[in-house]
Design a protein around this ligand. Sequence first.
Ligand code: AMP
Length: 282
Amino acid sequence: MKICSGISETRAACRDARASGQRLGLVPTMGALHEGHLSLMRAARAQCDAVAVSIFVNPTQFGPAEDLSKYPRPFDRDRQLLEKEGVEILFAPPVEEVYANSSASAWVVVEGLSEKLDGRSRPGHFRGVTTIVCKLFHIVEPEAAFFGQKDAAQLAVIRRMVRDLDFAVEIVACPIVREPDGLAMSSRNAYLNPEERQRALVLHRSLQEVRQQFQGGERSAAKMVSAAQKVLAGEPQVRLDYFEIVDPNTLDPVERISQETLVAVAAYVGATRLIDNLVLNP
Ligand code: AMP
């Protein structure tokens, strides 16, 4: 695996990897890798000739009161995991390499979508995400990029950026990888103490409740939301941020489930903000 910390070095390595028509796949991450991340690398490996991974805890997508400084950075462990997965290129730049003047003045903004779901609770978050993903696409020039369905709103925002700005990148969405008890894997799960870890299961349970209602023939979003809220109320120490039933492309609320629909939840378990979702398909 070639490990690059500089942009020009990474560009050259990616150019070499793409030489003679090889298909290069990119998996952007913030590190602290778990099976969810590794599933993206495996999908990239299955669909591409070479795989590039980025590890970058992107400061511009964190709010001032968020966990940027304490975000886990177990670089040696991550590197070993990536070696095992047979990843060809690892781009792990220092912040100064990516944001030369300590902060960005050119931004990529997907208006509208960036203010919905997580964007509503985390102002500026998606602007940071689209800006870094755009930069990574320019540096790596991948044919395909792999993202987790876990971050469903992020996926919608990135798809819209790619469509509206004519990026020649195929966006591939990969299913949510869960712990055996249903908790969606996340680097932030490491923040949870054993009690919080148990309480966090209520997010998955609330989604399961909606799935059951759906399977029983319920199609009213309002009824499903109120059933889910009852489940969530069973864990009063978990503070709900949002529970929404929306169109997966526009992120606008739907009243009845008549086509593919995203059911998304975000909640604070202690100080840790967790998200999860499921897609219903009538
Ligand atoms: P992060 O390191 O949290 O920025 O995540 C990097 C990528 O991994 C994003 O595309 C996430 O959606 C994806 N990802 C994170 N957790 C999971 C999971 N449990 N299952 C599938 N993909 C995931």
